[in-house]
Design a protein around this ligand. Structure first.
Ligand code: DC
Length: 236
């Protein structure tokens, strides 16, 4: 794996953690505050899971899923009004579909295939562009941007993460139960943490923040303080 498409001099702030730890919201807020680019790597895995499902590919067929990962056209289209970024997969707007629990489970399954991760490595590195990048995922600090000058790992109890997800899905009008969500979150954590390639764990040089009892604003403030301490040029 080479880093040919990336710009090593451009600063990267990695924000890793399990689903429901608040990564997505925090990463977006921090990227906006800093005026940096944002990589939602989970959306890329979700998009590949979606593309494979749409193509009728058996998700346990590693070679076929890898071909999907290599071929999938995934475009992030910023909304003009500052609204939600659209995710276009092979020409279809899959923004809502990729957020379903089904797509999340598909993403988690295909993410355990080493060749799929390799196929997506350069795609993710290519997001490293001036003036800087906030990279949100599971292995941003450990693998994809292991050379990042600042790394954060967010955690929260499984119960708290299930509650947050429950609230989000209810707001979208989807019918779910808290107990089912908790079971799904625990199963996904287990799969993501025990897979052989790039398991979910903090980088050795990451700052771990437990967000269970913190508000979004408090976490954003902490992450910005950590980033400013690690990268003094940000204040310049
Ligand atoms: O962050 P998310 O819930 O959108 O991610 C969906 C799945 O993708 C998650 O279960 C694990 C996988 N993933 C990964 O393996 N590596 C990443 N950098 C991001 C996501």
């Amino acid at each position: 794996m080479s880093a040919s498409s990336s710009q090593p001099s451009v600063p990267v702030l990695t924000i890793d953690g399990p689903s429901g730890s608040g990564k997505g919201t925090i990463s977006a807020a921090v990227a906006t505050t800093l005026g940096w680019h944002l990589l939602d790597s989970g959306a890329i895995y979700r998009a590949v899971g979606y593309a494979a499902s749409m193509a009728g590919v058996d998700l346990s067929d590693a070679a076929a899923v890898t071909r999907c990962a290599q071929a999938a056209r995934i475009v992030f289209r910023a909304a003009r009004d500052g609204g939600q970024t659209r995710v276009i997969v092979n020409g279809f707007d899959a923004t809502d579909e990729i957020r379903t629990e089904t797509c999340g489970a598909a993403a988690s399954a295909i993410a355990a295939i080493p060749a799929v991760r390799n196929a997506l490595f350069e795609r993710q590195r290519a997001f490293r562009k001036a003036p800087g990048l906030v990279a949100d995922g599971r292995d941003m600090g450990t693998v994809v941007f292991s050379d990042a000058p600042c790394k954060v790992f967010l955690t929260a109890s499984a119960e708290e993460r299930a509650k947050r997800r429950y609230k989000q899905l209810k707001e979208k009008g989807l019918s779910v139960t808290l107990a089912t969500l908790l079971r799904e979150i625990e199963a996904r954590d287990e799969r993501d943490a025990t897979r052989k390639v790039a398991p979910l764990k903090p980088a050795r040089d990451a700052v771990v923040i437990d967000t269970t009892a913190l508000s979004i604003a408090e976490v954003v403030a902490r992450v910005l303080a950590i980033a400013r301490a690690a990268m003094p040029a940000l204040d310049g």
